[in-house]
Design a protein around this ligand. Structure first.
Ligand SMILES: NC(=O)c1ccc[n+]([C@@H]2O[C@H](COP(=O)([O-])OP(=O)(O)OC[C@H]3O[C@@H](n4cnc5c(N)ncnc54)[C@H](OP(=O)(O)O)[C@@H]3O)[C@@H](O)[C@H]2O)c1
Length: 255
């Protein structure tokens, strides 16, 4: 198949391009660094021309709710409109576990993305993934101030970005998905094998790297969704695919 990957140069996009090419598909890489902008639409029509499927693994570059919502809904609309004109038969979109339950922040922006893409004419499949193992390193850097890094307390069930790429490739290419939907199709879920606490992941990552930073768990009392996270809203449901690589496995091989 000819498959366009929006966000091909990103953390999950790089894995996805590798997985699709290894399976013999023709991949069109979409990113601003490749000369295609999914927000302004520059180069987009030419990039999706002749594609059977478009997979969206772009990211907003911000966690601000308003800016991220503007990004994700604009991209959803542009991919739907350009995709329909090009005769694309399916859009596959990467989202995050539990986003439909959140009222604020980046998660609410992802929920808006889901609604926007589902409202368009091209058939959609959404994969909601758990946080990637690499998320521990991102939060360690985002929260770093001198010798301390403040990392949000979060119950997560982290997954390998490569396993997410494999699941996206399955949803893009299978006529009838082999994985069970999370309820009513078109939404599927993927997570890793076991629940972790993000603060503990960041602490173990720092130790593994020999990084002397002191990791402190923090909670934002102004966050209206913090009870949801404590209650496990970011964890997978019973139908989720559970990929085998644990955070501990990833630490010992990738770091
Ligand atoms: N990280 C996690 O733990 C996690 C977990 C579950 C789901 N997700 C979701 O996975 C998706 C991908 O995340 P990621 O961490 O892999 O992202 P990332 O590494 O930040 O990569 C983002 C990609 O989007 C491209 N991009 C950004 N703006 C663009 C634009 N205007 N036009 C064209 N391309 C654009 C970037 O390339 P250029 O900069 O060259 O344009 C890059 O290829 C996100 O939607 C995120 O919500 C992430």
């Amino acid at each position: 198949m000819r498959i366009a990957v929006a966000g091909a140069s990103g953390m999950v996009g790089r894995h996805l391009v590798g997985v699709l090419e290894a399976r013999g598909h023709e991949v069109v890489a979409i990113s601003r660094s490749a000369g295609v902008d999914v927000v302004t639409g520059d180069g987009l029509a030419a990039a999706v021309a002749g594609a059977d499927c478009v997979i969206d693994v772009t990211n907003a570059g911000t966690t601000d709710q308003a800016a991220a919502t503007e990004f994700f809904t604009t991209v959803a609309r542009n991919l739907q409109e350009t995709g329909e004109r090009a005769g694309v038969r399916r859009l596959v979109v990467l989202s995050i576990l539990g986003v439909d339950r959140f009222s604020g922040g980046y998660f609410a922006a992802k929920a808006a993305q889901e609604r926007a893409v589902l409202s368009g004419p091209v058939p959609v499949r959404i994969l909601r993934a758990a946080q990637f193992h690499e998320f521990a390193g991102q939060t360690l850097e985002w929260g770093r101030q001198g010798e301390v890094s403040r990392v949000p307390r979060m119950r997560v069930q982290p997954v390998a970005a490569e396993a997410v790429a494999e699941a996206l490739a399955d949803l893009a290419t299978e006529a009838e998905p082999s994985a069970a939907a999370s309820g009513e199709a078109p939404i599927w879920e993927i997570a890793g094998p076991r629940e972790e606490e993000l603060v503990d992941m960041a602490t173990r990552l720092a130790a593994r790297r020999g990084d002397p930073v002191r990791v402190e768990g923090v909670e934002n009392p102004a966050d209206p969704d913090r009870e949801l996270v404590k209650a496990g809203a970011l964890l997978p449901g019973p139908a989720a695919t559970l990929a085998p690589e644990s955070f501990e496995d990833w630490l010992s091989t990738a770091v």
